[in-house]
Design a protein around this ligand. Structure first.
Ligand code: KIV
Length: 274
């Protein structure tokens, strides 16, 4: 099948937190793409991606660093503003980069800048230690996506990009972290590189939606980085897929990603950890 841009694949209304909660309640998957510029953001809207994430992965995918650690607030803001100009309907999540939310007060100042650049929600990486930060932001009107599992800003603590939650003890900690962060006010929990069974059980235990990347098929949504979707990554991670090699053009690749997530075809068994 050749995926061409059919007009009805485009988003027809603005996506809000409310839309995503409703989709979870109704068992309908939503789709997230991590991307960094206006034309791709526009393409994502036209292909029906409900959420776009301006991830600090931009340090590795666009700026050539070997981790996300060097990414600055100024770089994030530059890219969030570009994405905002290209996309009027998807919900935009903006990352807070390394060490810009080490205290709740610092998080307030930097999250405000990300929201003022055009994001509708901010994303921060870490477990239960973030509960006071999430409460503070949430109580003051800043929606939060809490990123747990393989949190790339911790690469030096983890000793590499490793699957998390493989032992019963570490899985139980992640399961508890997810609940604690939801209770603190997180609006979305993003799970990266955890066994599929853990992705499933965390998703079932939360009222808020989960977004997975390398977390199996049963999360409420999936996210992939645009570079992986388009086959630009030299050594792609196991959980990713090059959709461009099955399609005619970039729009076709994005449409196929959206359709395969919604149909429960992606991720397939070969993209999961057990
Ligand atoms: O920075 C990013 O793009 C991310 C996703 C890979 C989840 O955090």
């Amino acid at each position: 099948m050749v995926y061409s841009g059919s007009p009805d694949s485009a988003l027809t209304k603005k996506i809000t937190i409310h839309t995503l909660r409703k989709m979870k309640e109704q068992g309908e998957k939503f789709v997230t793409v991590s991307l960094y510029d206006a034309p791709m953001a526009n393409m994502a809207e036209r292909c029906g991606a409900e959420v776009v994430l301006v991830g600090d992965s931009l340090g590795m995918t666009v700026l050539g660093y070997d981790s996300t650690i060097p990414v600055t607030m100024e770089q994030m803001i530059y890219h969030i503003e570009a994405v905002k100009r290209g996309n009027q309907k998807s919900l935009i999540i903006g990352d807070l980069p390394f060490m810009t939310y080490a205290t709740p007060e610092q998080a307030m100042i930097n999250a405000t800048r990300v929201m003022q650049a055009g994001a509708h929600m901010i994303k921060i990486e870490g477990g239960r230690w973030l509960a006071p930060t999430i409460s503070m932001l949430s109580e003051r009107g800043i929606p939060v996506c809490a990123h747990i599992g393989l949190t790339p800003q911790f690469v030096n603590k983890f000793g590499g990009f490793r699957v998390q939650g493989r032992t019963p003890e570490s899985a139980a900690i992640l399961q508890e972290d997810a609940l604690i962060l939801e209770q603190a006010g997180a609006d979305i929990v993003l799970l990266e590189c955890v066994p599929a069974a853990l992705g499933r059980s965390i998703t079932a235990s939360l009222k808020v939606p989960t977004i997975g990347i390398g977390a199996g098929r049963d999360t409420d949504a999936q996210v992939l980085v645009i570079n992986d979707i388009l086959g630009l990554t030299e050594h792609p991670p196991k959980f990713s897929k090059n959709f461009l090699c099955e399609t005619a053009d970039i729009k076709g690749a994005l449409l196929k990603y959206v359709q395969d997530v919604k149909a429960g075809i992606f991720p397939a068994e070969e993209h999961m950890f057990h």
